[in-house]
Design a protein around this ligand. Structure first.
Ligand SMILES: [Zn+2]
Length: 174
């Protein structure tokens, strides 16, 4: 099976976690681990074309978070050790859940902030958005261009936040 057809079967969460740790290269590494179950870093290099050093960095990072485990096998002839790497699905699940819980907390506090304030924007500066309290301090002038600030609705944002919160809460209940 090629990389892309296997990727389609990969859990969306697994891809997110891999990308978080090492971008697209890590996604490819995790794809090989998922497809071949137990592999050496050299096999991963052959499969992905990514440099051995980069692969090792990614594997150590995943190992630090217990997302992969390794088995050491000694070659009787050379006396050298070979490491076989594999994914740790249980740990991965725990890791994903703890990230989701943290995201949920952040969303809830953002929601609280949105609900308890009114907001003002500058029509010219897209990144200026002040609370009523902050607007008072500048006499409702834009801190960047000095233009007048305009009151703005945030019910769309609150709706969006509440959808995200509900989605995460549902996923965490599973
Ligand atoms: Zn402005």
């Amino acid at each position: 099976m090629g990389v892309w057809s296997t990727l389609a079967l990969m859990d969306e969460e697994l891809i997110k976690v891999a990308r978080f740790f090492g971008g697209d290269d890590a996604v490819k590494v995790v794809e090989v681990l998922q497809r071949m179950k137990e592999v050496t870093d050299e096999i991963i290099t052959t499969e992905t074309g990514i440099r051995l050093n980069t692969i090792r960095k990614i594997l150590y990072k995943l190992y630090d978070h217990a997302l992969v485990s390794s088995t050491r096998v000694r070659n009787e002839t050379t006396g050298w050790y070979t490491f076989y790497w594999r994914l740790q699905p249980d740990q991965l699940d725990a890791f994903i859940r703890s990230r989701k819980r943290r995201t949920l907390e952040k969303l809830k506090s953002r929601m609280e902030h949105e609900r308890s304030h009114s907001f003002f924007i500058c029509e010219k500066c897209s990144d200026v958005r002040l609370t009523f309290e902050d607007g008072m301090e500048t006499a409702f002038r834009c801190p960047k261009c000095g233009g007048h600030l305009t009151g703005v609705e945030n019910s769309k944002i609150i709706e969006k936040l509440s959808d995200l919160i509900k989605k995460l809460e549902d996923e965490l209940r599973e």
